[in-house]
Design a protein around this ligand. Structure first.
Ligand code: NAD
Ligand code: 6OD
Length: 491
């Protein structure tokens, strides 16, 4: 190495149990200071084909033949391997995403291990339907279903919770006996690659888990979804990308599962537990710098507590510790990229043009050190926009919300549902009857009452409208990642 040149890590593709470089490289950038932390080698069409063929071979080999208990045992080993490298996973996720180290340590990496354990438990304990069917001759028939893998599953994931969302799909896919080729986001390639190392050390057979790096259109993402030997595609990301992938896979009629964007509402009633609610909404708006698909960007507050609520949430936003992701006390890190920051700032400008009252933030924080080269924005709160404003309708995906008052329950329900998205909602009230009543009227996949992002991995997860197709989680994942064969036996 020449003096003065820092050696930059090379992140490679993982195909058939080997790390392989691609012909082209792109930079992996640390969003906290704009520095290049690694070069990533992009998989071309031939490499994506090699990954899918390796997955096919492994599927036809021992992985596809093993029984449920053996596969579950491997999943527990993967969970152990993640935990054995806990600090490496945290460091890689923090460097790639800029998320606070405290968040990656409490959410992302523990959830990755939990994803493997939960689906290992589930595949061992979940039964299947059977029916005794009456026939006119009285002899009857027995119907029972058996679960079979789909084959090779293509998995495409975003940058906001890279390891959590990748393993949320890899774990049930493997539990059901499939093999996978995954394409992590080009912004956050590190932890999918570390997972390959963990699997290699755990002894997972070659070809069961393959990683191809690159971009979407005319790159590894599109090559994977176009591949004729991929049996199903599961995708998490923007709604528009979901539409593009749907077009691509339509030609070969593959099953798809889409977890897409959101413009989620929180409804705060005057009878809420005020302190708990402000704290919960603070999380729902600002966690991961607002880069969680479930974040609340629209907050509706009953008019009698509106002014007080706005004032206290403003204090909360202004007291958040924005800083280096490596500082254990940091609560708000940067956005993922310069490009994404420009998008979020363009909404901050648009909010002003649309007539918003700026309660807090709206700009870029200054640090006086290398963090000024990072992609930070201030946590931001607006009021005063019309419900038809673009800032109220479009997903921003930053640490920002608009707060609007309401007078009646009906009005709150109407405003919350007045969106093309349908991912999540939260209701804040101490009146449980009202909590149930309002929750059941939400046109979304997940409604939380007096909490937010509280997860039980056995429950259905997904969205309505522009927010997705299908449900994953628990049995829903097992059903997506397997083909059910109903057997009817005449008795
Ligand atoms: P994105 O759609 O830009 O990218 C996601 C992945 O798709 C990346 O790996 C990308 O390379 C790939 N991709 C892009 N175009 C493609 C194409 N034509 N063919 C195949 N692959 C392609 O999303 P993002 O910016 O990484 O993530 C943020 C978005 O994800 C937000 O909209 C957020 O709401 C959504 N999201 C939804 C959920 C959910 O569970 N519903 C979870 C996390 C994020
Ligand atoms: O918790 C999950 O299982 C999940 N899929 C979360 C999605 C978060 C979106 O950013």
């Amino acid at each position: 190495m020449r003096r003065g040149l820092r050696q930059v890590k090379l992140i490679q593709n993982y195909i058939d149990g080997k790390f392989v470089p691609g012909k082209r490289q792109f930079a992996d950038v640390n969003p906290a200071d704009g520095s290049v932390i690694a070069q990533v080698t992009e998989a071309d069409r031939d490499m994506v084909d090699a990954a899918v063929q390796a997955a096919r071979k492994a599927y036809r080999g021992e992985w596809g033949r093993w029984g449920i208990r053996e596969r579950a045992a491997w999943l527990y080993k993967i969970a152990d391997a993640i935990e054995a490298r806990f600090d490496c996973f945290v460091a890689a996720e923090v460097a790639d995403t800029g998320k606070p180290v405290a968040l990656a340590s409490r959410l992302d990496v523990p959830r990755a291990a939990a994803n493997f354990r939960v689906f290992a438990d589930l595949i061992k304990t979940t039964g299947l339907e059977s029916f005794q069917t009456e026939t006119p001759d009285g002899k009857n028939a027995l119907n029972y279903a058996v679960r079979k893998p789909l084959g090779v599953v293509g998995i495409i994931t975003p940058w906001n919770l890279p390891l959590l969302l990748l393993t949320w799909k890899v774990a049930p896919a493997l539990a059901c006996g499939n093999t996978v080729a995954v394409k992590p986001s080009e912004e956050t390639p590190a932890t999918a690659t570390l997972l390959a190392e963990a699997m290699q050390h755990a002894g997972i057979p070659d070809g069961v888990y393959n990683v191809v790096h690159g971009f979407g259109p005319n790159s590894a993402g599109e090559f994977l979804t176009q591949h004729p030997d991929v049996n199903a595609v599961t995708f998490t990301g923007e709604s528009q990308t979901g539409a593009a992938i749907m077009k691509t896979v339509a030609a070969s009629v593959k099953p798809v599962s889409f977890e897409l964007g959101g413009k989620n509402a929180a409804i705060v009633f005057a009878d809420c537990d005020f302190e708990e609610t402000v704290s919960g909404i603070g999380e729902a708006v600002f966690l991961n710098s607002g880069q969680v698909c479930l974040c609340a960007e629209r907050v509706y507050v009953e008019r009698v507590i509106f002014d007080r609520f706005v004032e206290v949430l403003k204090c909360k936003a202004e007291s958040l510790h924005i800083g280096s992701p490596l500082d254990k006390t940091t609560e708000l890190g940067p956005l993922i990229s310069a490009q994404h920051r420009e998008k979020v700032l363009s909404y901050y400008r648009l909010a002003r043009e649309e007539g918003a009252v700026s309660v807090s933030g709206g700009g870029i924080p200054e640090f006086g050190n290398s963090l000024d080269n990072g992609f930070y924005v201030q946590p931001t709160i607006y009021t005063g926009l019309k419900e038809s404003a673009r800032c109220v309708k479009e997903e921003i995906f930053g640490p920002v919300c608009h707060i609007a008052p309401f007078d009646t329950e009906e009005e709150a329900v109407h405003m919350a549902n007045d969106t093309k998205y349908g991912l999540a909602a939260s209701i804040w009230t101490t009146n449980l009857k009202r909590g149930h009543r309002v929750a059941q009227q939400m046109n979304v996949g997940i409604t939380w009452v007096n909490c937010w992002f509280l997860r039980d991995l056995r429950t259905p997860f997904g969205g309505a409208g522009l927010s997705g197709i299908g449900r994953e989680g628990g049995l829903h994942s097992l059903n997506f990642y397997s083909e059910l064969n109903n057997i009817c036996i005449r008795l």
